[in-house]
Ligand binder design. Structure first.
Ligand code: G16
Length: 544
């Protein structure tokens, strides 16, 4: 085996964010940049010699080149086997599924999630551990620490390998197995949901769905599962061929970026159900006819509707949500008599709760929902769960959601994003908020009285690890909240996220537009944080 050792120097900017390392493609294309990070991952791990690694990505620009490099580095590092998706493709949930099913040592997933792709857009890389989930902070910190002192990496001298057909071959002493990216995942979905009932719903003629894969990785999964297996008419899945630049779009399933789908669901003769996914297939947006389901409500509704869903028929051990996610799920948990955990933003924080059997369902306001079936959020899973509920209840999406509000009350919710803010100015805003925290308690702001204000800190109930400074919360005595945080997934400047939530138990008052219902909190948020002053922006760039 011909392994080359290459001398290198650290790059100062290889600190993983909320979900792996994300940078513009030209940054990754610098000599040694990708190699340094991959070697830093391997150097931070112990005991992987001879073990299995899973590898794949969302198909964005640079995916193919990166897969070739990583295969040669894995061979040089001494992995025994790499399972790689055909043509280097694997959705994030499928990668998690394959890691777990094959008891792999871990996996490398190439994606920058919902960020655009293309030669000058974003690329990303993240490491997942043997439970199939994103590496916890202690691992990502070790990777970063290593990347700051690295002085060499190893790579096998070999030609490019052909990944277009399933099969096995040797690369140096390592076995490469090219797998179909969909098969294992499709089997797992079939074990969780009532496929007979969903098939009946999708083929009965009275129900129409429209699924937008946004030219990203979910296309092949949605074609195979929804159309070929469950009988949805051909054409149900739109934009189902993954493209390196996502067709020039922004593969972020929200009302702003998934506007083509929104136009269809809000147009004439609209279908009954719509959904969109992000670049790597872990996020989802759920729509009914002329109706948007907020991700926070979606989590609560899935939790309240496990009847008739085979994978969850024994009930839920608990629910977990990220701190900025609305408290709608807490109300369901309370009624079910189970725990609702509040974690920092980042799917990695759910891993321990899932592994310990404390939580069954997890969700985030950022269009992520999932369960203990894998250790990532899962877009198509959420769609199948919704279809299972619709097949059981035979009501419209809107009826299901409004009945949920009548039972539990409505948590009005919205997130306002200010993108591309100068990093120093964003930090000044956050420091300004921190400086006010202690003095806010008991203060009246408009018609609201501050109950607590703090910088969220989380102690993991399983391993006791502490994560501090996870978002500034201002909680009011009536349960309303404003949360401020800086995104950990952007690649240009800073993104300020402002999360707004109020609670309305009276069903006569549950039909407002969230921006109207939250208007006073929006004003308070601006006054307290001086958003316009610090960002120089009059309004958010994205509202979800
Ligand atoms: C990632 C994380 C999520 C998080 C989201 C937004 O999602 O896995 O847990 O909610 O980013 O994070 P931030 O608010 O820091 O930008 P994805 O889909 O981008 O991997």
């Amino acid at each position: 085996m011909n392994v080359r050792t290459v001398a290198t120097k650290p790059f100062s900017d290889q600190k993983p964010g909320t979900s792996g390392l994300r940078k513009r493609v030209p940054v990754f294309q610098q000599p040694h940049y990708l190699e340094n990070f991959v070697q830093s991952i391997f150097d931070s791990l112990e005991g992987y010699q001879g073990q299995t690694l899973v590898l794949g990505g969302d198909g964005r620009y640079y995916n193919q080149q990166a897969v070739q490099i990583i295969l040669k580095m894995a061979a040089a590092a001494g992995f025994g086997r790499v399972l790689v998706g055909r043509t280097g493709l694997l959705s994030t949930p499928a990668a998690s599924c394959v890691i777990r099913k094959n008891q792999a040592f871990g996996g490398i997933v190439l994606s920058a999630s919902h960020n655009p792709g293309g030669p000058t857009e974003d690329f990303g890389i993240k490491y997942n551990i043997s439970n199939g989930g994103p590496a916890p902070e202690k691992v990502t910190e070790a990777i970063y620490a290593r990347s700051q002192v690295i002085d060499q990496y190893q790579i096998l001298e070999a030609n490019e390998v052909d990944l277009t057909k399933p099969g096995e071959f040797k690369l140096g002493e390592m076995t490469v197995e090219v797998i179909d990216p969909v098969t294992d995942y499709a089997q797992l979905m079939e074990s969780l949901f009532d496929f007979d009932r969903i098939h009946e719903l999708l083929t009965s003629g009275g129900f129409r769905a429209c699924i937008d894969a946004m030219h990203a990785i979910t296309g092949p999964y949605a074609h195979r599962i929804l159309e070929q297996r469950l009988g949805a008419p051909a054409g149900t899945v739109h934009n189902g061929t993954p493209l390196e630049d996502f067709g020039g779009g922004h593969p972020d399933p929200n009302l702003v970026y998934a506007h083509d789908l929104v136009d269809i669901l809000y147009g004439e003769n609209a279908p009954d159900f719509g959904a969109a996914f992000d670049g790597d297939g872990d996020r989802n947006m759920i729509l009914g006819r002329k109706f948007f389901v907020t991700p926070s409500d979606s989590l609560a509704i899935l939790a309240a509707n496990t009847r008739g869903v085979p994978g969850y028929k024994d009930g839920l051990a608990g629910i977990a949500r990220s701190m900025p996610t609305s408290q709608a799920a807490n109300r369901v948990a309370e009624k079910l008599g189970i725990e609702c955990y509040e974690t920092p933003t980042g799917w990695k924080f759910f891993g321990n709760l899932l592994d310990a059997g404390r939580a069954t369902l997890c969700g985030e306001e950022s269009f992520g929902t999932g369960s203990n079936h894998i250790r990532e959020k899962d877009g198509l899973w959420a769609v199948l769960f919704w279809l299972n509920i619709l097949a059981v209840r035979r009501q419209s999406v809107e009826e299901i959601v409004t009945q949920h509000w009548q039972t539990y009350g409505r948590n009005y919710y919205s997130r306002h994003d200010y993108e591309g803010v100068d990093t120093d100015r964003a930090n000044t805003l956050v420091e300004g908020l921190r400086a006010q925290m202690a003095a806010l308690k008991g203060k009246s702001l408009g018609r609201y009285t501050v109950d607590y204000s703090d910088d969220f800190s989380y102690t993991d109930p399983i391993d006791g690890s502490i994560s501090q400074k996870q978002g500034i919360r201002i909680g009011f005595t009536d349960g309303s909240r404003i949360v401020f945080r800086l995104s950990g997934t952007g690649t240009q400047g800073a993104t300020l996220r402002v999360y707004l939530e109020s609670y309305e138990p009276d069903s006569a008052k549950q039909g407002l537009d969230p921006q109207t219902a939250l208007a006073e909190l929006i004003t308070i948020a601006d006054q307290v944080a001086q958003i316009q002053v610090h960002t120089g922006m009059e309004k958010p760039t994205v509202i979800t």
